[in-house]
Design a protein around this ligand. Structure first.
Ligand code: AHM
Ligand code: MG
Length: 343
């Protein structure tokens, strides 16, 4: 099976700045370009801090618990502050939503015409940070569209298909910046020697079908019958249909979806039965699932709840969770068949 990415040479000459400058069609007014550049720049600061966290005492938790009942980590809070300041500085962002902030943050005096709403997860997968595992930053950009006093909710609670750009930064063995502003997905690797993101994965296409599924199998007994049957199917041997799929799970969505984007297959965080707090899974729509779904769709894949396209969901809450099945188009379609009772 081919990945569709073979033969793409690493073009050492193209930095993120140069790449964004060259694409005048997508960035006619320069504002979105400036915003993406600022996110890229800020991610280099976070990458450095992630790299140094053990040495500068930024591992571990603060002792505080966030709105979602989770322990807050030093690195989460620090990175949130850095990103908030960076977005404010651009004077292009009207409102921000973050996993680390209970309410949207509205930059009152900076609200210029044509400004943006940015939703972020500053450090996703931060349970991995204390064991030197991969973490990531996820970002989602929408245009401001509301007017008057109630515009914050109108601006923020827009469907994923209203995103004008989205992406992630993966702090792994190397730091990788992946974004889409529609139609194409491009990946850049941070060249530490020059401190620049260099185009390493141009026009990424996700394989139509993969051989890997990624899910927290420890939750198996809390899943619905359909989810269990779908996972049983993927892990059952059958040469004719290319099974079993391999199972890989980092527990850091950015790392798991990045692998899925490059190699194909499925990433899932399904809902759980029994009325617990994970009835809709764990992952948050605005700043985790919608941006990752947007990137995967722009690369030719799909993002679904099992019964509905992720990008068509009308958000009702800032920290809303949704079940997610994301990855190669054929693999997502296969799991959806289980949800429809066709398998
Ligand atoms: P976080 O935002 O608190 O870091 O949680 C999100 C992360 C994802 O990166 C990952 O896919 C998931 O949590 C793993 O959760 P689990 O440990 O339940 O498998
Ligand atoms: Mg997160």
């Amino acid at each position: 099976m081919t990945t569709g990415n073979e033969g793409q040479m690493i073009d050492k000459g193209i930095t993120l700045a140069r790449h964004l400058l060259d694409d005048r069609q997508k960035f006619p007014d320069g504002e979105l370009r400036a915003l993406l550049l600022q996110i890229g720049l800020t991610s280099k600061v976070i990458a450095h801090e992630v790299n140094q966290a053990a040495l500068v005492g930024r591992l571990g938790t603060t002792g505080e618990v966030n709105i979602q009942g989770e322990q807050m980590k030093h690195l989460d809070l620090w990175s949130n502050e850095v990103l908030v300041n960076a977005m404010k500085e651009t004077r292009l962002v009207c409102t921000m939503v973050s996993e680390e902030m209970e309410e949207p943050l509205h930059f009152d005096r900076n609200c210029l015409d044509g400004s943006y709403v940015v939703c972020i997860d500053p450090v996703d997968g931060s349970s991995n940070i204390d064991v030197n595992g991969t973490v990531g930053t996820i970002f989602s950009v929408r245009r401001r569209r509301g007017q008057g006093r109630d515009h914050v909710a109108t601006d923020v609670l827009q469907k994923g298909n209203e995103q004008v750009a989205a992406g992630y930064v993966m702090y792994g063995p190397s730091t990788v910046f992946v974004y889409s502003a529609g139609r194409e997905v491009h990946g850049f690797t941070l060249d530490q020697t020059i401190g620049e993101y260099v185009l390493s994965h141009p026009a990424i296409r996700i394989p139509q079908r993969g051989k890997i599924y990624s899910v927290n199998q420890g939750n198996y007994h809390r899943w619905s019958e359909q989810t269990r049957r779908a996972v049983d199917y993927l892990s059952a041997p059958d040469k004719a249909t290319g099974r079993p799929y391999s199972h890989r799970y980092v527990g850091s969505m950015v790392a798991d979806i990045h692998r899925t984007l490059i190699e194909g297959g499925l990433f899932m965080y399904p809902g759980e039965v029994g009325g617990g707090r994970k009835a809709s899974g764990k992952l948050r729509l605005l700043y985790e699932v919608a941006p990752m779904g947007y990137v995967v769709e722009q690369a030719g894949g799909r993002a679904s709840t099992g019964t509905e396209r992720i990008l068509d969901i009308q958000p009702s809450e800032y920290h809303q969770r949704v079940p997610v099945i994301i990855g190669s188009a054929d693999d997502v379609a296969l799991v959806e068949e289980f949800y429809r009772g066709q398998r």
